[in-house]
Each structure stands twice: as structure tokens, then as C-alpha cells.
Design a protein. Structure first.
Length: 247
């Protein structure tokens, strides 16, 4: 029997998706899409992480303290800002504080050839999905044989400041794939949550914090700690935008 080229292409695509960095992530586009949450080996498809961002031009990164219980110079700095208690220091503390994000592995209908990807979402979407998971009428929505697809409507309603995500479960259960070999290929190619996000050491965080504070001093030519807490708003907005697009 000759080699099955269809299976080989699927394995190759799964390998590319697993090791291609940003291609491991998915975020909804404006309009309607359908996704399927897939099961994980540990029985928990939902992963929670805390991120710092707005630290100068650095992209969002995992909080050493909130995620791993390690020393975290930025976390210590945020605490000192809150302790100082001035309007500017509290404003900066809120900007630099770690923020929680939630992630789950999904197959995107119509893009199955991309394999399993990671969908990042906020607390409201997380609560909506958990309510579905805990609803006995739907059973295990991640089951590869009898799970439920989720319809997603994503966009910014008229007058709204931010896009909104509306989730609706499909009425009928369906297999993840009709071909069982495709199921195995997809699950084997699932991105590894333990290495999709870059992990910073406490020393690296200290370096970024030092550069951020020194950069503000140079840019604003200030001598007091309180003044520099305000920070350049344009940098913050640019980093916010980039991080939100990734998530």
C-alpha cells in the first residue's frame, strides 16, 4: 500500500502550526465564525495566565510572581507605587499591574487545515463558556465524538467603545472530524501551553523595568520619581493595541 499523501499533508500542517509561534494563536475577525473547543490531556481545556504589559515598548509577558511564585521586580514596584498613594503613582500602578487572560485550544471551522490553535479571551467570555460546560443539557462540549460547536459573533456594536463577543452553542452535537485519523492528527499537533508564551526571568524583568524608568527620565527630563510615573501615553496605547490584537 502506498503512502497516504493526504495524511502526510495534514501532519506537515500540524507540525507547522505547532512550531510557528504566532500561527499557534487565533483571534476572531469581525462577523460570524464557528469554533470547536478540543479536549486536553489534563482534562482542563482552560488555561489562566497573568500578563504584564505597558512596560515601555516591551510586548506583554508572563508575570513571574502571579504565574510562578517567583521574585518579580515589577510586581514589587507596583506595590511600592500603591503604597506611595499619590494620584500619579496609583495611575501608573494600575497601568503596570498584571492582568488575567484566559486561553483554550480550538479548531476553527473552515480552517481545519490549520490544526489546533489557541484562542485568548477575557473574563466575560470565559464565564459564558464555563456556563455552557456546566450545563448538563450540553454534556462535554469538547468531546471528539459528541461535542458541540460554538458560533461566535464578534464585532463592535454601534456606539460601543470595544468589540464584543457573543457565543451561541450549536443545537446538534457533531464529531470533531468525520475521519478519526484527522482527530488524532489534530490532537497530536496541539500547541504546548508550557512554551507558547515567553517566560522572563526576574533579572530580565528588572532590566526591562530599569530601561523603562530611565527612558522616561530621558524623554521627559525629570528629576522626581512622582513626575515620571505619568509616562508617555502614546507608547502605552501602541502596546495596548498590539497586545489586544494578539489576544
Amino acid at each position: 500500500m502506498g503512502i497516504d499523501m493526504k495524511k502526510m499533508r495534514e501532519k506537515y500542517q500540524a507540525l507547522k502550526s505547532r512550531g510557528a509561534g504566532s500561527s499557534a494563536f487565533w483571534r476572531p475577525q469581525d462577523g460570524d465564525q464557528t469554533v470547536r473547543l478540543v479536549p486536553t490531556a489534563d482534562g482542563d481545556p482552560f488555561k489562566e495566565y497573568w500578563f504584564h504589559y505597558n512596560l515601555g515598548k516591551n510586548s506583554g509577558f508572563l508575570s513571574p510572581k502571579r504565574n510562578f511564585g517567583e521574585d518579580d521586580p515589577l510586581n514589587d514596584f507596583v506595590r511600592s507605587l500603591y503604597k506611595e498613594g499619590t494620584e500619579d503613582s496609583i495611575k501608573m500602578a494600575k497601568t503596570l499591574s498584571a492582568r488575567q487572560r484566559f486561553f483554550a485550544p480550538v479548531i476553527v471551522r473552515g480552517e481545519e487545515e490549520m490544526g489546533v490553535r489557541i484562542w485568548g479571551f477575557g473574563k466575560q467570555v470565559y464565564e459564558t463558556i464555563l456556563n455552557l460546560v456546566l450545563n448538563p443539557e450540553y454534556g462535554d462540549i469538547t468531546d471528539v465524538e459528541n461535542g458541540i460547536d460554538l458560533s461566535i459573533n464578534y464585532g463592535k456594536p454601534t456606539g460601543a467603545q470595544y468589540p464584543q463577543t457573543k457565543l451561541t452553542p450549536k443545537r446538534r452535537s457533531t464529531p470533531l472530524f468525520e475521519d478519526r485519523d484527522q482527530i488524532s492528527t489534530a490532537l497530536d499537533g496541539m500547541p504546548d501551553f508550557s512554551n507558547v508564551f515567553e517566560r522572563k526571568t526576574p533579572a530580565e524583568v528588572q532590566t526591562m523595568l530599569d530601561e523603562f524608568l530611565l527612558g522616561e527620565e530621558d524623554a521627559e527630563d525629570v528629576s522626581s520619581e512622582t513626575t515620571k510615573y505619568s509616562g508617555p501615553s502614546t507608547v502605552t496605547n501602541e502596546v495596548d493595541k498590539a497586545f489586544n490584537e494578539l489576544m
